[in-house]
Design a protein around this ligand. Sequence first.
Ligand SMILES: Cc1ncc(COP(=O)(O)O)c(C=O)c1O
Length: 357
Amino acid sequence: MKKVYNFNAGPCVLPKPAIEAAIEALKDFKGTGMSVIEISHRTKEWDAVMDECRSLWRELLNIPDTHEILFMGGGASMQFLMVAMNFLEKKGAYLETGVWAKKALKEAKGLGEAYAVASSADKTFCYIPKDYEIPADADYFHITTNNTIYGTEIRKDIDSPVPLIADMSSDIMSRPVDVSKYALIYGGAQKNVGPAGVAFAIINKETLGKVSRYIPTMLNYQTFIDGASMFNTPPVFSIFVMNETLKWLKAQGGVEAINKINVRKAEMLYDEIDRNSMFVGTAAKEDRSIMNVCFVMAPGKEELQDEFMAFAKDHGMVGVKGHRSVGGFRASLYNACPVEAVEALVACMQEFEKLHK
Ligand SMILES: Cc1ncc(COP(=O)(O)O)c(C=O)c1O
């Protein structure tokens, strides 16, 4: 197989052992003589996967008993609507830190009163707003902890006087989180915890049941709690690979251990961006994401952008292009991205600089 360094923003690089296990299970699931996509989800073999997956989530993120772990279809984008359906009664408060935060807010506005408490739209979302007050009369406060597109991240569990809800699609399991501080943490799996096709929600059961609207069955978190995420057919293959991805993470030493590696990888790349005369970082330094590193050509070197893209591609780099809405470059350094890939990208940037000195 061709050797590449995969910096895709999601779907993205996954642990090799998880992919190997998926290939095996596609052929023969646990010696059943059937593929994992051929078996019934109402079997003891499948129950064992669901149970193992839930208990790995609980163990790896230290999830307290107050919170349930749910798996659903519809991606994080469906969660934007589910959040508002299940929590919005009088007023929803949002921190507008990027495109995904805006999309979450839009869904809430469609159902009632919702607004941005603070926004960094004035500077193309290159920073996290700091001076704002969370309204004590809001039903909830919604944040997007990692801004996949602009490369900013809230790495601290903030204190909120109202139920705190976080989209952690692109930094879940990359660092320790105090789950007890959140009413709900949700996201799409397709960055750190598996392939596309399954969304996760970690929800404090006590925070539900406070809205007066009718909530359609499939948009109601209670449905997934009552049915142990199997009210209807779950996305079995995606959950299978998620389970294998979490097994891999546990074998790496868990979330604390991977966080150290993630910080090291990000520091290596940011140090190079700051040192290299060809590039500049786009996110405010104090808010830089450990997961998505965004940068552009330095002033005066803009015309070299396509040349660097081609140069990086020739050196085996995949997915270093910035999001289509912002341009420039973005390297996503999710859990399964090895240190070696970051070393290769840094070497490639150094070589490019030498070429143009
Ligand atoms: C922070 C964040 N939220 C939400 C989404 C949307 O996820 P999905 O495609 O699963 O709907 C993404 C996708 O990249 C994301 O990065």
